[in-house]
Ligand binder design. Structure first.
Ligand SMILES: O=c1[nH]c(=O)c2[nH]c(=O)[nH]c2[nH]1
Length: 329
């Protein structure tokens, strides 16, 4: 967030601006082995937008009640909704950059904009057609599952190149991914002392809530799918569940690191990936006799555990070494 000359910080804006844009340009994504996701028709290109502005000229509105430079947040909402009609791109990041750029161009006394958009997901549906099931293209199902999103910070004359206003930071996100692995996770070997009551677990039903975020080395590759370098959140999601499936994890800490490594390997255009995870492991009521026999579980009691981790491309050589050692063993 922009710091004013006085060292102060100020911002104001509008949240929960729901923009249901129809018939945006379809996104075509490069295929990766872990995912069947190939793109999005973008027939419904919907976002929940959170928009804020900052600038020296706004200080007097806080200090003296002078509204002469204040753009009403109601007008911001109208600007976002109306300008969405002329957006010609195919990605969330591109949409946010478009709105941010146009706003800065229209209002020269605004020094900085922070814009976040969470995609409101609508899933395509199949209907019976002449040759079996086919995509409706008209009817969609609102999904309340995980969702993609992004945040861009634009500052007039900022450092990274962009059209008009400069990017100073960006963050792409996948929020609220909830994954359960019913068998194949353990947690043991942790510090055991007078405060420890948790038993070792060699096979637990691991339920995790995950927020993932990532940054590109060059943010411009995120703005337009035709760069061929766009990283869809859906493919990051699919990598997460592949890695969860493949690995017997000794902890959530190790699991998220492995997910991050795979994402970094797949997408050389990314500079950073990060995680916020929650442990929602089901509480065992009736212990299964072995791996696939019946068990009964219930919601874990609060409080819950959490982890946070960020990693960069510098983490990759360690894995290359490890794989080499495994191959020669
Ligand atoms: O994967 C885990 N990591 C922890 O740090 C932890 N702590 C805990 O009680 N359970 C778990 N599980």
């Amino acid at each position: 967030m922009l710091k004013l000359n006085s060292g102060r910080m100020l911002y104001y804006g509008k949240g929960d601006v729901n923009v249901y844009r129809t018939y945006a340009k379809p996104l075509r994504a490069a295929v990766i082995p872990e995912s069947s996701y190939t793109g999005d028709g973008n027939v419904i290109f919907a976002h929940n937008v959170h928009f804020s502005v900052s600038g020296e000229s706004l200080l007097s509105s806080f200090l003296a009640g002078d509204n002469s430079q204040v753009i009403a947040t109601d007008s911001m909402k109208n600007f976002i909704l109306r300008e969405a009609a002329s957006f010609e791109g195919d990605t969330t990041e591109g949409f946010l950059a478009y709105i941010g750029d146009r706003f800065m161009a229209k209002y020269p006394h605004i020094d900085a904009v922070v814009i976040r958009g969470d995609r409101i997901p609508f899933q395509p549906l199949q209907v019976a057609g002449a040759e079996g099931l086919e995509e409706s293209g008209l009817v969609y199902r609102r999904s309340h599952n995980d969702r993609a999103g992004a945040m861009l910070e634009l500052v007039r004359g900022g450092e990274e190149a962009g059209a008009g206003a400069g990017f100073v930071s960006h963050k792409c996100v996948l929020s609220d991914l909830q994954l359960i692995k019913v068998s194949g996770s353990s947690f043991y070997g942790f510090v055991r002392d007078e405060y420890t009551t948790l038993p070792d677990s060699y096979d637990r039903p691991l339920f995790i809530f995950l927020n993932l975020f990532w940054r590109y080395a060059d943010v411009r590759e995120a703005l337009d799918g035709s760069s061929g370098r766009y990283v869809p959140a859906e493919q990051i999601r699919d990598i997460a569940h592949n890695v969860f499936h493949e690995n017997k994890s000794p902890s959530i800490q190790f699991l998220i690191y492995r997910i991050g490594l795979r994402v970094m390997e797949r997408f050389p255009q990314l500079a950073e990936i990060g995680f916020e995870s929650n442990n929602r492991t089901w509480e065992t009521v009736v212990e299964p006799a072995d791996g696939e026999s019946p068990g009964v579980f219930t919601e874990p009691r609060p409080p819950y555990g959490f982890q946070g981790f960020t990693m960069t491309r510098a983490d990759l050589p360690a894995v290359a070494e490890e794989l080499k050692a495994e191959a020669s063993a």
